[in-house]
Ligand binder design. Structure first.
Ligand code: 4HQ
Length: 250
C-alpha cells in the first residue's frame, strides 16, 4: 500500500510513523508513506504558498501552483492512477467502507489544507474525492489524514497481528461492539457478567450479539434502519429491550 501526503507540516506525522500498528506496518513494508511539501515548490524567493482570498474575508488560502507541483511529484512516484483525496469538512463522511476501498486501490494521495483551505480550481482539476472525518473544524488537514492512514492500515492484510480483530470490530456487521471485560473479576464492586465465566461458548456468542444489538438500538438507532435483522437477532434485541425495561422498573 502506497500513501502520498501533501503537507506543509510533515513533522506532524512523526507520531504515527514512530508508534504502534502503523509504524509496524511501515517496518514490515506493508505501507509506504511519501511526503511532499508544497513549500518546496513555491515559486518565489520567500517560499510563499498562501495568499489573501479574492472577494475579501479573513485568513489566507493555499495557492494552486505549488500544490500542483507537489501533486505531480507524488504522482510520478506512486502512479497516475492514485486516488487523490482532499480532506475537508465539505467532503463525504469517511467510514470503514471507504477505508477498505482505499486498501483495494493500493494507492492514495492525501492533501492537507491549512489556513482557510485551498483554491477551488485545484480541487476541480486534480481532486477525485473530498472526504471529511466529522462535523468539526480542525486547524489543518494533517490530523484528518492521520486518522485516515490509521484506519486504512488496519485493513491491510497482515498489519494486525490477530487476524480476527478486523472482522470482529464495530461496524463490520453494521453494529456497535459489545462490552469487554478482563481481570480482576470484581472491580469497584462490579462483577464480570457470569455468562462470560462459565465457558458455554454458544451462550457467550448469543450474549455478545444481544449486547451489540442492544447498544446499537440505544446509542445509534439509525444504524439499525439499514440492516435486515435475522429472526434470531430480532429475538435477542426484543429480549434486551425487555430485560432493560425490567431493570429500570426495579
Ligand atoms: N479541516 N475532516 C480545514 C477539517 C477536516 C475535517 C481540514 C480543517 C481542511 C482547510 N478535514 N482545512 N473535519 O476540519 O477532514
Amino acid at each position: 500500500m502506497n500513501i502520498g501526503v501533501i503537507t506543509i507540516f510533515p513533522e506532524m506525522f512523526e507520531s504515527i510513523l514512530k508508534s504502534g500498528i502503523v509504524a509496524k506496518a511501515i517496518n514490515n513494508n506493508l505501507v509506504s508513506i511519501t511526503f511532499s511539501n508544497p513549500r518546496d515548490f513555491a515559486e518565489d524567493n520567500r517560499k510563499t504558498i498562501d495568499e489573501k482570498v479574492f472577494g475579501g474575508g479573513p485568513g489566507m488560502l493555499m495557492m494552486a501552483p505549488p500544490l500542483e507541483k507537489s501533486l505531480k511529484f507524488l504522482k510520478k512516484k506512486l502512479g497516475d492512477d492514485s486516488l487523490v483525496v482532499y480532506v475537508s469538512p465539505q467532503g463525504k463522511k469517511f467510514n470503514n467502507v471507504l477505508s477498505k476501498k482505499v486498501v483495494n486501490n493500493n494507492k492514495i494521495i492525501l492533501i492537507c489544507g491549512r489556513y482557510e483551505g485551498i483554491d477551488e480550481r485545484f480541487i476541480e482539476t486534480f481532486v477525485d474525492e473530498e472526504w471529511s472525518i466529522g462535523d468539526y473544524v480542525l486547524t489543518g488537514g494533517e490530523l484528518a489524514s492521520m486518522v485516515i492512514i490509521d484506519s486504512v492500515t488496519r485493513f491491510i492484510p497482515g498489519a494486525l497481528g490477530d487476524k480476527c480483530s478486523v472482522e470482529e470490530d464495530s461496524f463490520e456487521n453494521g453494529l456497535l461492539d459489545y462490552p469487554h471485560y478482563t481481570k480482576p473479576r470484581v472491580y469497584n464492586g462490579k462483577a464480570v457478567p457470569d455468562i462470560l465465566l462459565n465457558g458455554n461458548h454458544e451462550k457467550i456468542l448469543d450474549w455478545r450479539q444481544k449486547q451489540s444489538l442492544g447498544r446499537t438500538w440505544l446509542r445509534r438507532p439509525e444504524l439499525l434502519e439499514n440492516l435486515a435483522l435475522t429472526d434470531k437477532q430480532e429475538k435477542l434485541l426484543s429480549e434486551f429491550i425487555e430485560e432493560r425495561k425490567n431493570l429500570m422498573n426495579e
